[in-house]
Design a protein around this ligand. Structure first.
Ligand SMILES: Nc1ncnc2c1ncn2[C@@H]1O[C@H](COP(=O)(O)OP(=O)(O)OP(=O)(O)O)[C@@H](O)[C@H]1O
Length: 285
């Protein structure tokens, strides 16, 4: 189990986490949603000890991460796969070498065992034939799948996915979603997924938590989140417009009306412009 207990984290004067508490049970996939810059990545970096809380506790597998000795922290990291936002493959290494890297670092397997483990991981992400290719030869979606293969090659108990489908087309995103579901169903991996993609959240999440102003605003099953009456969560999951950057407007009728008016004004201007252009000799270019 992974547990955050009343975690606080600030960077200088910027308070990012302000009493963040969340429990992730064995075998589930917890999706964390929330506005950009609210601290989702900051939260999951605490799980692998990349960040330390200013106050509060972070527990993984019965161990308190934020007070672990370095040696024990490294051992714990061996049980956690981290799929980074931008795949983060080494360009100068082949795909096979990239996937094998963590296994070599662990130093517990023979070369033939590593070869077998790399092949198995690439098979699991449906990329059996790319071992000798270089990262630059692969599409963004394929690189993300390699990132997942690299994480699962270590047979982790937990996988943290930071925006795994960002920047991918809908079909490739669906493939990545299916892979995340496969990791849970076939390998029993406990996962945490940070995403802005609500379709992905509904597909892969056993539960969804929304982070807002440094705390968990709500956590529940997909159905519970979809049926929430909390206006702030509804606005987020429905992707309704705000006019103030990422600052959410509650009582969105006014926001929606204003956005519609702006949209209508732009449409009218474009229409007037094209009418003038058609009236001009030569018409529209
Ligand atoms: N190492 C750091 N030093 C200083 N500030 C940081 C550091 N890491 C994160 N922050 C700040 O903490 C805030 C939260 O960042 P974080 O990356 O967790 O947001 P996020 O919710 O994951 O956003 P996004 O959805 O855009 O990825 C941001 O304002 C960011 O600039």
């Amino acid at each position: 189990m992974i547990e955050f207990k009343d975690v606080h984290k600030a960077f200088g004067p910027k308070q990012v986490l302000r009493g963040f508490s969340l429990q992730v049970e064995e075998g589930e996939t917890m999706v964390i949603i929330g506005y950009s810059g609210t601290g989702k990545s900051v939260a999951i970096k605490h799980i692998v000890g990349l960040l330390e809380p200013d106050a509060g506790e972070v527990w993984v597998d019965g161990k308190r991460v934020d007070t672990l000795a370095r040696k024990d922290l490294y051992a714990l990291r061996g049980s956690i796969g981290y799929v980074f936002q931008f795949a983060a493959l080494f360009d100068s290494m082949t795909i096979g070498e990239n996937v094998a890297m963590g296994l070599r670092k662990q130093g517990t397997l023979s070369e033939s065992e590593i070869t077998a483990r790399v092949a198995e991981a690439l098979n699991l992400v449906d990329l059996p034939d790319v071992q000798n290719r270089m990262p630059a030869e692969l599409s963004g979606g394929m690189r993300k799948r390699v990132g997942i293969a690299r994480a699962i090659a270590l047979r982790p108990k937990y996988i943290l996915y930071d925006e795994p489908t960002t920047g991918l087309d809908p079909v490739t995103s669906a493939t990545i979603d299916a892979l995340m579901v496969r990791m849970r169903e076939q390998l029993g991996v406990t996962g945490i997924v940070i995403t802005h993609d609500m379709r992905s959240a509904y597909t892969v999440g056993t539960r969804i938590a929304m982070l807002y102003e440094g705390k968990v605003r709500a956590v529940g099953t997909v159905k519970e989140i979809q049926e929430t009456t909390d206006p702030l969560i509804r606005q987020f999951i429905e992707g309704r417009a705000t006019l103030e950057g990422s600052a959410p407007l509650i009582g969105t009728d006014a926001a929606l009306k204003a956005a519609t008016e702006v949209g209508a004004a732009i449409a009218a201007e474009v229409e007037a412009e094209s009418e003038q252009a058609t009236a001009r000799p030569g018409g529209l270019r």
